[in-house]
Design a protein around this ligand. Structure first.
Ligand SMILES: Cc1ncc(COP(=O)(O)O)c(C=O)c1O
Length: 376
């Protein structure tokens, strides 16, 4: 039975809910900023995973999207989001020949310049080039500059590798990306300088560097206004960051604020005990605390934040514990709908087949989580 048109209270729980107005507010904020700053935005689709959201972002002015995985790129590509001059950038390196075939296959099928893949290894580059030559195409590549994960070292190392990439006939070198992680402003500035100086050093060697990509939700303002950065790649801003936010945002850095648009709707299924109430949403619908921590939730009920003394998540249960005297307990009753705000939006989205889109308290759409579970 269709949920469209139904009030939120009638949505069977647990369910992933997207508040359309807050989500749109976040998009508007990001793109207004980008327009003013004169920087492109390539949102990272590993966060939201839904083709419908990619479309919204492209409509808002994104120059394409980023994916972490090859299979995410394939699924989104096949969902029809790459209209016009939009491109997909795969941000994770690949070490498997069969997968490299698939990257180049996309370029063969869609035309050159639609799919860009990130590399840090000459071995990978040589395989890409060989396959591309076999097909008679050029594969676009971006060199990742490391700030602690994959990538070549900024500076001389990067110039050395870029020179070698230019010798491979099946490659089209488009530029570099140096994701600096969700760090404080001062650290982001240091890392952005390394990235931009590296782009300059590669240019000094006579190589065109068209794309210089970096930035996350936490650093979008710092990086988006840094001279020499051509595009930013934030992801979790669509779901919110800041004191009321989700994603990486609870420890929001640099005063970044977006509205919290993503919640898991749950229901109180047991209220027999004064020290606790139990809901029907547990780890299986809010997986993945950030950086190895247990998932943490913020709780909203009747439109207001609720502060229990502790939240315990097991597989299918979310238990809210109240110490004697905590008056919040009196707000809870059997059958009540409660919204959990998960602290890691990306992994939570990945737990759901679809997100229920709500406007003015009613369901207006159900968006499939198109790239759910695409890990390869
Ligand atoms: C390469 C890359 N770019 C951009 C992002 C987006 O970060 P955020 O979701 O914090 O905006 C990530 C997140 O992990 C990433 O790995």
């Amino acid at each position: 039975m269709s949920l469209i048109g139904k009030p939120v209270e009638e949505i069977p729980t647990p369910a992933l809910i997207l508040d359309l107005e807050k989500f749109q507010w976040n998009i508007d904020k990001m793109f207004k900023f980008a327009k003013k700053a004169g920087v492109q935005v390539r949102p990272h689709a590993k966060t939201f995973k839904a083709a419908a959201i990619c479309n919204k972002l492209i409509e808002a002015g994104a120059n394409g999207v980023m994916t972490q995985k090859l299979s995410e790129a394939e699924v989104l590509l096949n969902s029809g989001i790459l209209y016009g001059d939009k491109t997909i950038l795969i941000s994770q390196e690949i070490a498997d020949q069969g997968k490299i075939e698939r990257v180049v296959g996309m370029t063969v099928a869609m035309g050159e310049g639609k799919v860009i893949t990130s590399i840090d290894s000459l071995q990978e580059a040589e395989i890409i080039s060989r396959i591309a030559e076999r097909w008679g195409v050029k594969q676009d590549v971006l060199l990742e500059i490391t700030h602690g994960r994959c990538g070549v070292s900024p500076g001389e190392d990067a110039v050395w590798v870029a020179k070698r990439l230019m010798k491979l006939p099946g490659l089209n070198f488009r530029g570099i990306y140096g994701y600096e992680n969700p760090v404080e402003r001062e650290v982001a500035l240091v890392r952005d300088k390394l990235t931009v100086d590296t782009a300059e050093a590669i240019r000094d060697a006579g190589i065109d560097v068209e794309i210089v990509s970096a930035g996350s939700t936490a650093t979008y303002e710092v990086t988006g206004t840094y001279k020499g950065i051509t595009e930013i790649e934030p992801g979790s801003f669509v779901f919110g960051a800041g004191s009321e936010g989700s994603g990486y945002g609870w420890d929001a850095k640099n005063g970044v604020f977006f509205k919290n648009s993503l919640t898991v709707l749950t229901q109180v299924i047991s209220d027999r005990h004064q020290d606790r109430v139990v809901t029907d949403a547990g780890l299986k619908v809010m997986s993945g605390g950030h950086r190895g921590t247990d998932p943490i939730v913020q709780i909203i009920t009747d439109g207001e934040y609720l502060v229990p003394d502790r939240v315990g998540l097991s597989e299918e249960h979310g238990t809210l514990y109240f110490k004697e005297g905590n008056e919040e307990r009196s707000r809870m009753r059997w059958g009540q709908k409660v919204q959990f705000v998960p602290n890691h939006c990306c992994t939570t989205v990945n737990q759901h087949d679809e997100m229920v889109v709500v406007k003015d308290g009613r369901v207006c759409a159900v968006w499939p989580v198109t790239t759910r579970g695409r890990y390869q």
